[in-house]
Design a protein around this ligand. Sequence first.
Ligand code: NAP
Ligand code: G4F
Length: 340
Amino acid sequence: MKKKIALITGGSGQDGSYLSSFLLKKKYKVIVADRRNSRSDNWRHKYLGIEDHLIYEDFDLSDFDSIFRLFKKYKFHEVYNLAAQSFVKSSFETPISTANVTALGALRILEVIRITQKNVKFYQASSSEMIGNSSSKIQNENAFLNPRSPYAISKVFSHNITKNYRDSYSMFACSGILFNHESPLRGEEFVTRKISKGLCEIKLKKREFLELGNLDSKRDWGFAGDYVEGMWKMLQQKKPDDYVLATNKSYSVRQFVNFCCKHLDINIQWRGKGKNEKAFNVKNKKVIIKINPKYYRPTEVDTLLGDFSKAKKILNWKPKVLIEDLSKMMVEEDLKRLKK
Ligand code: NAP
Ligand code: G4F
């Protein structure tokens, strides 16, 4: 049987790497489209042992021609648009380039699909950040969108334009509204990986303390490896639709620190409030976590908690790895890497 061909934009990122691995196992031919610099050391693909099985193509989501050329070269069955300026904090410093890539990038791909390969199945990486500060305790596909950053506003645009192309041109276009998902392949700028790596360095006496921002913010944290299966399942349905993927559990940044400390056998005590809050190592009385206001955001999303019941019912999807095992997996891998 002829292999299906999948295009993954941002295929060198966290999700792109897990999705590449997942699709290779399903016998797809996988085209990873990225900026060349994004894959300079290919550490994620090496970790998953897939580097030699992928086809790499240079492309930039802000460059229409580079997208057009890809669609001239290959006939795709499925396109996963994962590329984005995905770091919320940076979007406050680079709002215009974030909008160009994260908002207009999706539209560029949709336009090329409409012109060249209208029957391709398209997945858009939408985000729980679009929901922002919600008035409902738990959020599903119908949540009111109240985005709180240039990143989230860009994702609202790409989410809405995906739906508009589905409705206007009968295209098979889906959005996955994914709540935070992490892994040992998470970028070090995101809080979970910053915490797991930082605490491992403290454990190994390579660092004295770690500086964080808002400890009270709560997120619904799952495992990226579980979520890429949900993306694929969305494109295997008879009809295109949007789905929330989440764990239906929400924890604060402070609680994530507590989980990692427990796995590392570091007994900590929190003292103080607000900017003066600190975590002490009970054993040697040293401060190991401090607040640095430079990590605060101009506007914050306080709490996210996802309702994935539609994905459970229609896709038969549910998260397998929850925060306790997720934080353990991340800490164990960071320890291993640091000891090398
Ligand atoms: P990631 O690790 O940051 O991956 C994004 C990839 O896009 C990176 O390889 C990045 O390259 C690339 N990229 C950035 N700008 C580009 C451009 N102009 N042209 C081509 N490629 C570009 O993010 P992720 O965690 O895997 O997330 C995948 C997608 O899901 C993103 O769209 C993200 O916004 C969305 N999402 C993520 C989560 C989550 O919790 N992980 C939740 C909801 C939605 P560089 O590294 O070189 O910048
Ligand atoms: O890890 P974060 O940077 O992720 P954030 O902003 O929730 O965004 C991630 O998840 C979204 C899905 O909801 C994705 F769409 C997006 O692409 C990205 O993957 O921050 C999580 C929370 C924030 O409230 C932040 O203020 O942690 C808080 N935080 C506290 N101290 C910190 C820090 N975040 C970072 N990055 N660094 C800190 O030192």
